[in-house]
Design a protein around this ligand. Structure first.
Ligand SMILES: Cc1ncc(COP(=O)(O)O)c(C=O)c1O
Length: 387
C-alpha cells in the first residue's frame, strides 16, 4: 500500500515529557496534587493592561486581517523598544509580527534555508527549532556543549564544524534548557565568523527580559546582518495569544513578506492590538516585578537542588529553568523523572528532550510555579532520593 504519511514525519522528534504530562493528568484525575515543574510558561496571568487593550479592540468588532508583516503601529513600538532597552536602531520595515517565536523561526528558515543545507546548533537546545529545519528539507548538526562554554556555541565550534553544506548557525541566549547566556564578546565573534563565511546567523532571543543580575545583549547590537527571533510569550506573559516577532536583514524583507502572506496571511489581529499595550510603562513595571520574583525563584531552586546533591555546573542567569545533573542518583534521567512523578507527583522534563549530549544524566526543572509549591516539591524530591 502507498505510504500516505510524508517521510519527513519520521525525522521530527516528539517530546518525552508528553508521556509525563499524560501520566500527570491521570494522577490529577485520581485526586493527586501534582506539582508542575516541567512547563515552559510561568504561572502569571497576562498583564491586565494587555488583556484590557485586547478586550477594547474586540468590542469594536474590527477584527479583520492586518497586513502580513503586522500592524505598523506595533512594528514601530517594537523598534522603539529596541532603541530604549538596547540603544539600537532597527528600521520597522525589518520587523515582522509573527504567530509566536515559532512562527518567526518558521519564517526565518523558510526564507533562507535550502533543502540539504545544514544548521549548526548547540546540544542541548530547544528541539523545535531544529525540527523546523527538517521541515524545510534541511538538517541540523548539533554540537555538544557543556559548562566550559556556558552551554553555548563558540566561534571555535563554528569554525570546526562548518562544511560546504552549512548554511548558518542558530543560537538561543538565554538557552532553553540551561538558562545560560552567551558572553557578548563571544556573540560578536560568532556573528563575525558566520558573516565571513557568508552564512546566516539566527538569534533566538525569546528569553530576553528574563535575565537576572545581568543584561542580555541582542545580536542586533553586533550586526544588521542577522535574523532575530523574539516573542511576547515569555517575558510579556502572552504564551497562548500566539504572537512574537522576527527581525530580518534588509535583503530578506521582500521575500519574508511574501512568505508570511502565504503561510499564515497575518498574525491574530486581536493579539496584535492587545500587544500594543505591552510596552506601556505600567505594563513594563509589572513585568519587572515579575522578573524580580523569578530571580528569587531561581535562587531558591538552585540552592535547594545543589544542597540535595544535584550538580549544576553554572548558575543559570536567565529564562526559568535549572538544568541539573542527577548522576549521583541515576544514569537514566527519563526513568528518574517517570519514577519521581509516580512516587511523589512532581513533573520535571528529562534531558533527552533537548538532545543527546549527557542527556541521560540531565533534568530540566522549571521555576514556573511559586516558591511555596517548589518548597513542597523539594521536600518530595529529598524523600524520593533518600529512599
Ligand atoms: C528557545 C525557545 N524558542 C522558541 C520558543 C517558542 O515560543 P513561542 O512560539 O511561544 O513564542 C520556545 C518555547 O518554549 C523556546 O523555549
Amino acid at each position: 500500500m502507498r505510504e500516505r504519511l510524508a517521510e519527513r514525519n519520521s525525522e521530527i522528534s516528539s517530546f518525552y515529557v508528553m508521556e509525563l504530562l499524560r501520566r500527570a493528568k491521570q494522577l490529577e484525575a485520581q485526586g493527586k496534587d501534582v506539582i508542575h515543574m516541567e512547563i515552559g510558561e510561568p504561572d502569571f496571568p497576562t498583564p491586565p493592561t494587555i488583556v484590557d487593550a485586547g478586550i477594547k479592540h474586540l468590542l469594536t468588532g474590527e477584527v479583520k486581517y492586518t497586513p502580513a508583516a503586522g500592524l505598523l503601529e506595533l512594528r514601530k513600538k517594537i523598534a522603539a523598544f529596541y532603541q530604549r532597552r538596547y540603544g539600537v536602531t532597527v528600521d520597522e520595515q525589518r520587523i515582522f509580527v509573527t504567530p509566536g517565536a515559532s512562527g518567526a523561526v518558521l519564517l526565518a528558515l523558510g526564507v533562507s534555508l535550502n533543502p540539504k543545507e545544514e544548521l549548526l546548533m548547540a546540544d542541548p537546545c530547544y528541539p523545535c527549532n531544529s525540527n523546523f529545519a527538517t521541515l524545510f528539507g534541511g538538517k541540523t548538526k548539533t554540537i555538544a556543549v557543556d559548562a566550559a562554554s556556558g552551554y553555548q556555541l563558540t566561534a571555535r565550534h563554528i569554525k570546526e564544524h562548518w562544511t560546504p553544506a552549512t548554511k548558518g548557525v542558530l543560537i538561543a541566549s538565554p538557552s532553553n534548557p540551561t538558562g545560560t547566556l552567551i558572553a557578548p564578546g563571544e556573540l560578536k565573534r560568532c556573528i563575525d565568523t558566520v558573516n565571513t563565511m557568508g552564512g546566516c546567523f539566527y538569534s533566538d532571543e525569546i528569553y530576553h527580559g528574563l535575565v537576572y543580575g545581568t543584561d542580555a545583549v541582542t545580536a542586533l547590537t553586533v550586526s544588521d546582518n542577522v535574523f532575530v527571533i523574539n516573542s511576547f510569550s515569555k517575558y510579556f506573559g502572552m504564551t497562548g495569544w500566539r504572537i512574537g516577532w522576527l527581525v530580518v536583514p534588509d535583503e530578506f524583507i521582500e521575500a519574508t513578506e511574501k512568505l508570511a502572506q502565504n503561510i499564515y496571511i497575518a498574525t491574530s489581529t486581536l493579539s496584535q492590538y492587545a500587544a500594543l499595550a505591552a510596552f506601556d510603562e505600567n505594563t513594563l513595571a509589572l513585568l519587572e516585578s515579575r522578573r524580580a520574583e523569578l530571580a528569587a525563584r531561581r535562587d531558591f531552586l538552585y540552592d535547594n537542588l545543589s544542597s540535595l546533591g544535584f550538580e549544576i555546573p553554572i548558575k543559570p542567569e536567565g529564562a526559568f529553568y535549572v538544568y541539573a545533573n542527577c548522576k549521583k542518583f541515576s544514569d537514566d534521567s527519563y526513568q528518574f523523572a517517570l519514577d519521581f512523578l509516580e512516587a511523589e507527583a512532581v513533573a520535571i522534563t528529562p534531558g533527552k528532550d533537548f538532545g543527546s549530549h549527557d542527556a541521560q544524566h540531565m533534568l530540566r526543572f522549571a521555576y514556573t510555579t511559586s516558591i511555596d509549591k517548589m518548597a513542597i516539591a523539594m521536600q518530595r524530591l529529598d524523600r524520593f532520593i533518600s529512599k
